[in-house]
Design a protein around this ligand. Structure first.
Ligand code: SF4
Length: 482
């Protein structure tokens, strides 16, 4: 491209550049960049650890590291949930970076325990603490020995280096840390008769409630571990509660005596899954996030196989309503082209849902996806004629996706609020699904999992298309019926 540098008006150059970045030539350059990431679709590990820790009753998340990092995690969660997120930080600064953060942690644990009276704390790290190699286990032991916290005060911990993985890795590490730190050893073959359901990184409180409703309907005693549905979505009662619900500590302590574990996400629970299944040898299943009808069927069948409980008639009727909703709306989604971005588990679920609706996933960008994810997604796309144009991009960011949208257009973008700039540039609607959702209200309060979630997603996508048609069509085509 040549840009006229003699022009007295920059607008000519700007226009030329804005046209150039829509070109194949620019896309090639964009996809060959190696040392620069622009708008990755992921956050760092401690954010995931914080969400995980919030799901235990009376738990105060404790960030061992910089105060600014802690503010970032809290802000991100608060903006999505529109809820306060109680968290403390031991505010490491330059001196701690040189001499180690032990003094900060001991003071921090002492103050947090005295001021906020938590039932337990969950400690995790930011980059700074990891770069200098702080040892959480030793620091916590020293804090107990020095009387900063009572000898028997429950603390879970996890190292969550932000330069590895993403928020889903942090969720996984913190979950494993909860089990390793606070779960009692397994009592041989005896079980407590409860199924433990592990949601993975899921910032939709409504999804967790939907899981509980479905498993309750099957008559299976269940513990959701961790259950952040109340901390993520506490009722307005006029009284501020610092610790509004969560999985009871006693149920965390008894976790390794579960009759079984079901993990609702694969990629955000990889280490924990191995720990529970291979190390603890507990009856364990992992399912695809139950987004859409087929994935929900598979989830309920997995429950049946694990527990011997049949799917009740009320859930069969609910399934029928979801099939009816899909039939009523299929003409708005069938054959339409989609681009998607987000976390791996969410994308596997969403693409399965689109394929069963006859939608065509074309660009699938997963910044925090790995080779295993790509293989699974490729196989999923190959399983349907509607997946024939689908391409999977792991490790790519939203600026790569921008080039894809400009050179190979689609009808709709599906992803979190960060996608709004891309959708605007591409002149297509954005269906907001994922985390974070910061520019619309209450979306996290409607489930996207289960049969009800399928109805919600069908309505969101179909109505977004219809809204767009009403907004952009000529007067002659502005119809009452759609
Ligand atoms: S990447 Fe590191 S410095 Fe940035 S917010 Fe995360 S922990 Fe803090």
């Amino acid at each position: 491209m040549s840009v006229d540098t003699t022009c007295c008006n920059n607008s000519c150059d700007n226009q030329a550049i804005s046209e150039w970045i829509k070109s194949e030539e620019y896309k090639e350059k964009n996809f060959s960049r190696e040392a620069l990431t622009i708008n990755p679709s992921k956050a760092c590990q401690p954010l995931g650890a914080m969400l995980c820790a919030l799901g235990i009753e009376g738990c105060l998340p404790f960030v061992h590291g910089s105060q600014g990092c802690a503010a970032y995690f809290r802000n991100n969660l608060s903006r999505h949930l529109r809820e306060p997120v109680p968290t403390v930080s031991d505010s490491m600064t330059e001196d701690a970076a040189v001499f180690g953060g032990q003094a900060n942690m001991i003071d921090g644990l002492k103050n947090a325990h005295a001021l906020y009276h938590p039932a337990m704390m969950a400690v995790f790290t930011t980059c700074m603490a990891e770069v200098i190699g702080d040892d959480l286990k030793a620091f916590i032991t020293n804090a107990r020995n020095q009387g900063a916290i009572p000898e028997d005060f429950p603390i879970a911990f996890a190292h969550t280096p932000s330069f590895v993985g993403s928020h889903i890795t942090g969720w996984d590490n913190m979950f494993k840390g909860l089990l390793q730190s606070l779960a009692d050893p397994r009592h041989g073959k005896w079980t407590n008769g409860r199924l433990y359901l592990v949601p993975g990184f899921d910032a939709y409180p409504a999804n967790l409630r939907e899981y509980r409703r479905l498993v309750d309907a099957m008559g299976i005693p269940v513990t959701i571990l961790p259950d952040a549905s109340e901390p993520m979505d506490a009722p307005h009662t006029g009284e501020y509660e610092l610790y509004p619900g969560g999985t009871p500590m006693a149920e965390l302590a008894d976790a390794l005596n579960a009759s079984g574990f079901v993990f609702m996400q694969k990629y955000s629970t990889q280490n924990s899954f191995k720990f529970v299944k291979n190390v603890q040898k507990i009856n364990t299943e992992v399912v695809t996030m139950p987004i859409g009808i087929k994935n929900t069927d598979n989830f309920l069948m997995a429950l049946t196989e694990m527990t011997g409980k049949a799917v009740p008639a009320e859930l069969e009727r609910e399934r029928g309503r979801a099939v009816d909703a899909a039939t009523d709306a299929h003409q708005y989604i069938h054959g339409r082209r989609f681009a998607l971005f987000g976390d791996p588990d969410l994308l596997i679920g969403l693409v399965g849902f689109l394929l069963e609706m006859g939608g065509m996933p074309v660009h699938i960008v997963c910044t925090n996806g790995n080779a295993k994810f790509k293989k699974e997604m490729d196989a999923l796309l190959a399983s349907s004629p509607f997946g024939s144009e689908g391409k999977v991009y792991i490790g790519k960011d939203l600026w790569h996706l921008h080039s894809l949208l400009m050179t190979e257009p689609v009808d709709m973008l599906i992803g979190d609020s960060h996608g709004k700039y891309l959708a605007k540039d591409a002149g297509i609607p954005l269906a907001r699904v994922g985390f974070p959702l910061t520019d619309r209200v209450n979306l996290h309060r409607s489930p996207i999992v289960g049969y009800q979630g399928a109805i919600n997603l069908i309505s969101l996508i179909a109505n977004t298309f219809i809204e767009e048609l009403d907004r952009t069509c000529s007067d002659e085509r502005f119809e009452l019926l759609r």
